[in-house]
Design a protein around this ligand. Structure first.
Ligand SMILES: CC(C)(COP(=O)(O)OP(=O)(O)OC[C@H]1O[C@@H](n2cnc3c(N)ncnc32)[C@H](O)[C@@H]1OP(=O)(O)O)[C@@H](O)C(=O)NCCC(=O)NCCS
Length: 326
């Protein structure tokens, strides 16, 4: 089954509620209309009801059947303010909360936190920081995960060659423990896309071929990741060719079960990860889908500002599928 057919099959008619804080953007409205018509998610639009309806009408859509929630006229506003102050434990006063929660990303994130929605998709007109920060502060990471990270699903060709790359979006220079957690979360994310996770901890060294602090970090992360979840097929440190090319693996890491067969590639720091996925995308002809934020208690997704309606549609399907991950 094609990737998105398989994901749609997982989420269809489950009434998964996804919040869209950027509801007057035509790309968001267009995707929301399609997602609802296809019975894949139940969209919650954030904004002024009249404004959102007007915008929808001008684009030829009917917004009457949508749930539209307005931070300036929300029946459970007081409960939301109280819940936010409680969650931020001394980091925001009631007055500050009243102002912060008018921001659609904070408001949308609180809807998820309070269980009014299952996930959120934003970032079509907001920066990564503005989209992700409310989630880091409110939704927070799952127990045992100290950092959220951003994975990219890399897909190529008709036969849907699929890999997962991470972290390509969030942590500039993760330590060994963080890198290990990123690897464990990446294995779970890969499984969501029916990728059998074989995790390569990437480096510029294979099995001690080079000596440097950077190499030691990846060796340490490999050890910790194996401790965190001994059931995952994971190995390191591996250079990309040793991880990906069977003949190189046979030479450089003959003992490894992962080398030459890796499907999940964990980069040692953000520079490598971000540059790496873009090289695969632009030179290698892969479609790069993401960043898919992993490790949060509930899924929040950050669109690129260059996204089109189809990108919004697809990332929302992924976000909805993530709500089924435990
Ligand atoms: C994600 C990002 C925006 C967060 O930045 P920030 O808001 O300055 O982060 P802060 O250090 O002020 O932390 C804000 C809160 O988030 C938490 N946090 C920050 N990074 C986190 C992470 N990776 N995982 C979990 N929590 C995190 C902090 O603990 C803090 O929580 P608190 O307020 O409850 O104490 C930042 O890490 C970033 O800019 N990363 C690079 C993104 C980027 O440019 N990517 C490029 C390609 S898309």
């Amino acid at each position: 089954m094609e990737l998105f057919d398989s994901l749609k099959y997982k989420i269809i008619r489950r009434n998964i509620k996804i919040v869209f804080p950027e509801a007057t953007d035509p790309r968001i409205l267009g995707a929301a209309v399609r997602l609802k018509a296809d019975e894949l998610v139940n969209p919650i639009l954030v904004g002024n009801k009249a404004e959102v309806s007007e915008k929808a009408k001008s684009l030829g859509y009917q917004a009457d059947s949508f749930t539209i929630l307005d931070p300036n006229d929300y029946p459970e506003w007081d409960a939301m303010v109280e819940s936010f102050v409680e969650r931020r434990k001394g980091k925001a006063t009631k007055e500050q909360a009243e102002s912060i929660l008018k921001d659609p990303n904070y408001f949308g994130t609180m809807l998820v936190y309070m269980g009014k929605a299952d996930g959120m998709v934003s970032g079509a007109i907001h920066s990564t920081g503005d989209t992700v920060r409310p989630a880091l502060q409110i939704i927070k990471t799952k127990p045992g995960v100290s950092r959220t990270s951003g994975a990219f699903l890399m897909v190529r060709g008709r036969d849907q060659e699929k890999y997962l790359f991470s972290d390509c979006a969030i942590n500039v220079n993760p330590g060994a423990q963080e890198l290990a957690e990123i690897a464990v979360e990446s294995a779970k994310t890969a499984a969501l896309f029916d990728i059998e996770p074989k995790v390569a901890m990437l480096s510029f060294s294979t099995k001690g071929s080079a000596k440097a602090d950077e190499v030691t970090k990846v060796q340490e992360a490999t050890r910790i990741a194996k401790e965190l979840d001994p059931t995952i097929e994971l190995d390191g440190e591996l250079q990309f060719d040793a991880a990906y090319v069977p003949s190189v693996a046979a030479q450089k890491a003959p003992e490894s079960d992962v080398a030459g067969k890796a499907t999940v590639f964990v980069f040692p720091e953000l520079e490598a990860g971000n540059i790496g996925y873009k090289i695969a995308q632009r030179f290698g002809g892969f479609e790069a889908i993401g960043p898919i934020l992993q490790g949060l208690n509930q899924p929040i997704s950050d669109l690129s500002r260059g996204s089109n309606e189809e990108d919004v549609y697809k990332l929302t399907i992924i976000t909805a599928a993530q709500t089924l991950l435990k």
